[in-house]
Ligand binder design. Sequence first.
Ligand code: SF4
Length: 241
Amino acid sequence: MSVLETKEDLKVLVETLNFREKVDRALLLIREAYKKYGDGLVVANSLGKDSVAVWDLAKRVDPKIRGFIVTTRFKPAETVAFMHEEVARYPELKIYKNDIKIDDKLYETDPDQCCDLLKVEPVKRAVDEMEVDCWVTGLRCTEGRTRTDYTEVEERDKGLIKLNPILVWKEREIWQYLALYGVNVNPLYAEGYRSLGCAPCTKITSDDNERAGRWVGTSKCGGECGIHTRPLKTNADGDGI
Ligand code: SF4
């Protein structure tokens, strides 16, 4: 049976696979999906530590694999500078952004709507314009309370496969990979951040929950922007992801 079709217990994989085995599993998942979807396989690169690990894994499978970055007017200057460095190094990374006029403080008054407009909309556009059949993410099931229910291969949007090749990796194994393979990372991690997003919605915390610094003080605290919870296909008639 192909690893794309296996339904193993993720919690067991998190605890029993060693680092080498997790790297090999992620490479195999991407390799099998690339064989199946070809150029329709595209990596979503948020420029966070998990995304740059997945991007590096994908490049090891085939340097031609494409990717997209969604950026917003609220990204920290360090993230914007890092984005331009990455795109200069990998021209096959395409940037998507929504410049729609919105209330300056929408992130305070309605962060869900702000994320819908500035993050989810550009992802939908990327999926459509890049003709994505399978998008590859850096989701991990140990990241926080909102990330425990995913599987390595999903089809929550009809006709759009989502591949989560590092779902069973722990935070420590991400840093192990990035250090061992010399992958460039966003310099903000050196300041103490553990999960990166837009500047007004991202804080440094010492909480156990890796995503606890996201949307602090709002109903979204430690939550999701919507990319992994809203429908992404323009004509979706399913439940959405
Ligand atoms: S993370 Fe904050 S600033 Fe960025 S899109 Fe969401 S609500 Fe808006």
